[in-house]
Design a protein around this ligand. Structure first.
Ligand SMILES: [Zn+2]
Length: 267
């Protein structure tokens, strides 16, 4: 009996020690990673392809590089349909995604494990009911998907289009869904200290889009609050000046959340 109790105590202590070492090792590796200098070739690549970076305050630029590095260290990239994922693809995708986490209290998509990259738009077959409750078995062509906070799927051709200034940006769209997924109790909203102003503006702008087409917000946002948040995020990053002109309250709400004056970008 005593021997059994001792063995059990020993096992508990051993497991606790292993967990403590594992936790401390993770923190040590994270700190070491954050102290490493950001590679110059990554910096040059991002500055050349992402003009928004010039709008960041100096402290935001430091934060953006730190979070991009953290993203690249923690997230696995998987090429699909024969695509070989290059460093350039990884850095640009991580750099775009990390534009969404520049708030001082933000963290880098904690539950995300992998980014799957297809060469171009891809066919998917999901048996999920639509808004009418009907389940369709027919395949659908997608440029991106976000799965329950753990995976993001992207079409590289569409990532490139976004980098070349297209109105759609599949990376920020899918990563806005990731922020949304971190807060499952409030669809269409990331984690916030106060939901009052967010709900008021989002609801009013959703209703407005329902009544009148917008020159800057895609009608796809009418699919529901989650899609509206993702579509509004795309417009904020890709067409900030237009969004500010056409939907000033929505622009101000997103600027206060993301912390970048995207309307200042000259195109
Ligand atoms: Zn979406």
């Amino acid at each position: 009996m005593t021997l059994a109790a001792n063995a059990s105590d020993f096992l508990v202590a051993l497991i606790a020690a292993i967990l403590a070492v594992w936790f401390l090792r993770g923190r040590y590796l994270k700190r070491r990673r954050e102290r490493l200098p950001f590679p110059n070739e990554w910096r040059s690549l991002m500055r050349a392809r992402m003009p928004l970076l010039a709008l960041l305050k100096p402290e935001q630029r430091v934060l953006h590089e730190r979070r991009t590095r953290e993203f690249l260290a923690d997230v696995r990239f998987i090429g699909c349909n024969g695509l070989s994922v290059t460093d350039e693809m990884r850095v640009l995708i991580a750099g775009l995604a990390c534009l969404l986490v520049l708030r001082p209290d933000a963290h880098v998509f904690r539950s995300l494990h992998a980014v799957l990259v297809y060469p171009s738009a891809f066919w998917v077959r999901h048996q999920q009911p639509d808004e009418l409750g009907l389940v369709s078995d027919s395949p659908q062509l997608r440029m991106g998907e976000s799965w329950n906070g753990q995976r993001v799927v992207l079409s590289w051709e569409d990532v490139q289009a976004a980098l070349n200034g297209a109105p759609h940006n599949v990376v920020v769209h899918e990563f806005a869904h990731q922020l949304d997924d971190e807060n499952p109790g409030s669809p269409g909203a990331p984690k916030l200290a106060d939901y009052g102003q967010w709900s008021k503006v989002m609801r009013a702008e959703f209703d407005r889009l329902h009544e009148h087409p917008s020159v800057v917000l895609d009608d796809y946002g009418l699919e529901g609050p989650q899609e509206f948040f993702a579509v509004a995020t795309e417009a904020y990053f890709q067409s900030g000046a237009e969004l500010q002109r056409e939907h000033p309250r929505l622009y101000a709400l997103l600027r206060d959340y993301y912390g970048v004056e995207t309307a200042r970008l000259l195109v």
